[in-house]
Ligand binder design. Structure first.
Ligand code: NAP
Length: 215
């Protein structure tokens, strides 16, 4: 596998992705683009620390890159319930990553969206996720893969009250939930990302929560 780049490597799913990439010998050249330092990385990882997620800067950083993973996302609490700030991160940074990927003729962009993403949704988060998918798919990247997981399970560094409640409650009723809404481990999402990174596919592809559960 040629050079791969990861955005969002410090998050719940990002940390799982890093572990899997570390253990997989087919990945030898991995660049992490992050706002913060990450300790104890193997020598096959390089890290660029930046707060500049403009298309111009990202275009320079993605030179010679084959596959880009993006797991960037925020929460209402982190942006003080400011919808513009939320959009500047979830939409704009991911869009800039996609634009820079297109400029560099990246073979594959793999992005984590969300189950329920829908342009017609009344829910701000689900509508925004669908807008990200829709606008990036218009860029016609050689292969743009979107994963749509439901509630992510796993241990976070930070405490998120409502997510913790959902993580405790949803697995108990998982058997009555439709496959699209069953909770899924962040590890499975990361594993699916690595799996699809190795496939030779073209065009825009959406991977549902049901697909992720089967990996
Ligand atoms: N939580 C769920 O149940 C759930 C369900 C479905 C889909 N999703 C989506 O799946 C994706 C991954 O979720 P997750 O829970 O694994 O993520 P997470 O733990 O919240 O981590 C988010 C990542 O985004 C980065 N990030 C946040 N704001 C940034 C900014 N302004 N500039 C640059 N980087 C920034 C963070 O980096 P720093 O360390 O620099 O902050 C971190 O690496 C997200 O898009 C999320 O919306 C989540």
């Amino acid at each position: 596998m040629k050079k791969v780049v990861v955005f969002g490597s410090t998050g719940l799913t990002g940390r799982q992705l890093i572990k899997i990439l570390n253990e997989d010998p087919s990945f030898k050249d991995i660049l992490l683009i992050s706002r913060v330092k990450i300790d104890n990385l193997d020598k096959k990882f390089k890290i660029v620390i930046t707060h500049d997620f403009s298309i111009k800067n990202l275009s320079k950083l993605l030179k010679g890159c084959d596959v880009v993973f993006s797991l960037i996302g925020t929460t209402q609490k982190k942006v003080n319930w400011d919808k513009k700030k939320y959009r500047d991160i979830d939409f704009q940074i991911n869009y800039n990553i996609a634009s820079a990927s297109k400029k560099n003729l990246v073979r594959k962009l793999i992005l984590v969206s969300s189950s329920g993403a829908n342009l017609k949704s009344q829910n701000f988060y689900l509508k925004l996720k669908a807008e990200i998918e829709s606008e990036i798919s218009k860029l016609e990247i050689k292969n743009f893969v979107t994963l749509r997981p439901s509630l992510l399970l796993g241990r976070r560094k930070e405490f998120r009250f409502f997510e913790k409640i959902a993580q405790l409650f949803m697995p108990m009723i998982s058997f009555i939930l439709p496959d699209e809404y069953k909770p899924v481990s962040a590890f499975k999402v990361a594993k699916t990302m690595v799996y699809v990174s190795k496939l030779n596919q073209l065009g825009n592809i959406v991977i549902s929560n049901k697909d992720i559960l089967q990996v």
